[in-house]
Design a protein around this ligand. Structure first.
Ligand code: PMP
Length: 359
């Protein structure tokens, strides 16, 4: 065999591989997975039925235009079909957005720490990441983000609520920020956790998109709708951007199973949003308990909480795992813990209680 390997793009050497949340070990002590912000509820029977029916024809390619799902989304959000695009999870759509806007020499601005895929998909496009630190309170620093925009900035992500801190930006500051962004720079409001927001001051990105041609909203079926394993997300954007998303899409990237499950989920929205309501109650319970134990916890509007543990992060994650829950450590910074089923949250709270006493 030849010793020579195929030539790869040099930039790839500097790009980390996306790390998924650690799974719960089967039969091991860590029975609950709180590391990927998933929905702990199993699929609704009606959604399962729609997938089973679709499975009968998986010898065929899916409907590449996602016609049924696009029609449902168009009705649900009151937007024209030409302003919608679907993709392989919202991370797939985010990647398509960068490919459509930014190449070598161009800049993509986002807060840091934020969703770990942003730097990866930016670098894959050959564009340059411009990371703007969160405020000391772990919130987007929108003034600094506006200051960071140059004439090479093609796209800005605003992750609202922010992963992994759960914090939000509110209407007034977001509008003020959008007023400062040049009209030729795309602002992507990543609203993966939108349905978990209860703060009335947080605007619905879809309202902002209606008023501003350079605003695009990113949503997913993975979180509130519980379809993480089926990979379907979508964008609401003005026509030129939505059309560009169709060009940068991987052909047939949304399976027929995913399309049917997403349609069935939209039709069962009341029930699914009821589950979200229960998770929001659990979130309140968890945050209140953490604060009662003495922890400083940023206000989370998502289905996870953020504990700034600094150097103790990895030890804490190991203690959680030992106790039965897998969480998501960001070494040297903190842990992100999904709000899951009550039993899992109770285990987590026992660990935090013991750990805080040792601090
Ligand atoms: N955006 C944010 C902020 C996320 O946290 C995630 C998932 N962790 C995604 C997008 C991507 O989700 P999906 O690809 O499952 O739609």
């Amino acid at each position: 065999m030849s010793e020579t390997n195929p030539k790869l793009r040099a930039e790839l050497a500097g790009i980390p591989t996306y790390k998924p949340g650690k799974p719960a070990a089967a039969g091991g002590p860590a029975a609950y997975k709180l590391s990927s912000n998933e929905n702990p509820y199993p699929p609704l029977p009606g959604v399962l039925e729609s997938v089973t029916a679709a499975a009968e024809s998986f010898n065929r390619y899916p409907d590449m235009a996602c016609t049924g799902l696009m029609n449902e989304l168009s009705d649900r959000f009151g937007v024209p079909l030409s302003h919608l695009a679907t993709g392989t999870g919202s991370v797939g759509v985010a990647q398509q957005l960068i490919q459509a806007t930014a190449g070598p020499g161009d800049e993509v601005v986002y807060a840091w720490r934020s969703f770990e895929a942003y730097p990866i998909i930016t670098q894959i496009s050959g564009a340059t990441s411009v990371r703007v630190p969160l405020t000391p309170g772990d919130v987007h620093d929108l003034d600094a983000m506006a200051d960071a925009i140059t004439d090479r900035t093609r796209l800005v992500f605003v992750c609202n609520p922010n992963n992994p801190t759960g914090t939000v930006v509110r209407r007034e500051e977001l509008e003020r920020f959008l007023d400062r962004v040049p009209a030729d720079c795309l602002v992507v409001l990543d609203e993966a956790y939108r349905e978990f927001i209860r703060d009335p001051e947080v605007p619905d990105g879809v309202e902002l998109y209606r008023e501003r041609p350079n605003v695009c909203v990113l949503r997913t079926f993975s979180k509130a709708y519980g379809l993480a394993g089926l990979r379907v997300g979508f964008a609401i954007a003005h026509e030129p951007v939505a059309a560009a998303l169709r060009k940068t899409a991987v052909p047939f990237g949304v399976s027929q199973l995913a399309q049917e499950a997403a349609i069935a989920s939209l039709r069962a929205e009341d029930e699914l949003l009821g589950r979200v309501g229960s998770l929001v109650c659990e979130r309140t319970r968890v945050v209140d308990a953490l604060r009662a134990q003495g922890w400083t916890v940023p206000e989370s509007q998502a289905n996870f909480v953020w504990l700034r543990l600094g150097e103790r992060t990895v030890d804490f994650a190991a203690a959680c795992e030992q106790a039965g829950v897998v969480v998501r450590p960001f070494a040297g910074e903190g842990v992100r813990v999904t709000v899951g089923e009550a039993e899992a949250n109770d285990i987590f709270l026992k660990v935090t209680e013991a750990f805080h006493k040792e601090l």
